[in-house]
Design a protein around this ligand. Sequence first.
Ligand code: SF4
Length: 243
Amino acid sequence: MAQLRSVLAKGLAKMNIFSPFCLWYFWAMNLMGLTDQLEQQLSLGKLLPIMEQFYTIQGEGEHTGKAAYFIRIGGCDVGCHWCDVKESWDASIHPLIPIEDVVIQACSVPARTVVITGGEPLMYNLNELTSSLRQKDISVHLETSGSSALSGRYDWICLSPKKNMPPKEEFYEMADELKVIVHNRHDFVWATEHGAKVKRNCRLYLQPEWSKRDEMMPIIVDFVMANPEWNISLQSHKYMNIP
Ligand code: SF4
């Protein structure tokens, strides 16, 4: 196995980072178990398991309708039963990509905003990625459940607390936006509890969970009309049929 890795590594050094061989290499390394060197690079945040990266329109929350480059990092230990990106949960099936290459891709689009999402992106050290993006004058937004410790620096933090693994206390002061997904009636209690903890100017959003949108929407409308400090967020990208 060590010999195979060595051969692959030598080949890798000669290849373009986005070549099929290179991507296959990182995927194979994931499956075979990480080498010490890769593990170190991962813990330093120099490599990250990237599930997908794409240029689109932000569909949710405060920045709805704005163009942004999305970086979706694989791996999530929260386990919401209604999750619509369950394929993100297992980090080992996503290729480890050097952050330099992620930054090059993010800089290749006209918009100067990157949204880092997951999975739960804070399962990883995001210091290197966010500082590299900010050095390129890119505004860095984060979407997190707040269940893992913060790493990295952000221009906008969207906190979306999940019942399975509530946020760490530090996030209530840092969140610029609180987005609570409404799957059932108890989620209004959950939203109110968290709305009371965030800083005064944090924007408050209720967003219907997609599979329950028809059932929950009228209740959300009534709630927001009675509690106007809250706003409605829709997964507008799904209505627009874009990623
Ligand atoms: Fe899915 Fe997000 Fe919940 Fe993780 S935190 S299970 S990615 S909805």
